[in-house]
Design a protein around this ligand. Sequence first.
Ligand SMILES: [Ca+2]
Ligand SMILES: [Ca+2]
Ligand SMILES: [Ca+2]
Length: 316
Amino acid sequence: MPHRPPSTVPRFARLLATGAGAALLFTTAITGPPASAMPAAAPATAPVRPMMAPQVPNGGPDRDFDGDGVADVLAIGGTGELLLYRGTEAGPLRAGTRVGNGWANFDLVFAVGDFSGDGRPDVMARDLGGDLFLYRGDGNGGWLGGGRVGYGWQGFTAILGAGDFNGDGTSDVIGRDASGRLLLYPGNGAGGWLPPTQIGSGWGRLKFLSAAGDMDFDGAADVLAVAYGEVEGPAPGCGSGADLLLYSGSGRGGFARSGAIGSGWCPFNTVMGGGDRVLITRDASGTLLRYVRTGPASWASPVVVGTGWSNLRIVT
Ligand SMILES: [Ca+2]
Ligand SMILES: [Ca+2]
Ligand SMILES: [Ca+2]
């Protein structure tokens, strides 16, 4: 029910999904191949100008795409349509509405917060050739346009919007490369990049890297991941633990400490940030659950916010 696209197509529906014909809106901000040229890959000439609207302090990437004050969820349907599921304060997501077409060519799409600096949350998407595109949200559930903001990103096994991980007021991106290194690509607040830095190694076995802001209430944005237990057998499995690990950000672009804040996350095939101190999970039956962190060591009871999501690709 919730994932069936509507018969009518809202405005801004025809969203150009490939680089061909798309205006390169941020030509001064395109990065080089991130792995081979780090940290020199970042453009030295990227202009830095003040934010037009402040990032939510220490929040995860802003996911309120329609501007009603509640985080939303985006997903890609079977024919490449982009669907917006508006969030509600305490209950399930509203039915999806189509807000774009042609998203099937992207193998990774994620919420990045306000990367362009206009105060409205944006989305990034990587295509099969490794190009990274920024789609600027209009704050009303639609899009202002898109442009390429990087290339050479095909080597990353995970990319996520990290909120303001380095504490300078701009939305940042974290990527994990094939060797398990974690790299921070700070946004410059104007749709471009500041020089990347390596912030971790040995992350190759972790799953569901996510960001939901400051999960331990120390004032700095954090990163979450699930660690499957060791399992004997032909293929690595979930094992008994499936701990949810919290990597506490230092607030300056690094990590201060880490530890498990949950266990038994095995049933989920998706774990992602869902707003400030919110995680959303999907299980094998396609049920979405919302987990809200209510204190340094406490969760609210999870709430079902959607069903029938098995065949959707969720925008993380
Ligand atoms: Ca919303
Ligand atoms: Ca930042
Ligand atoms: Ca924190």
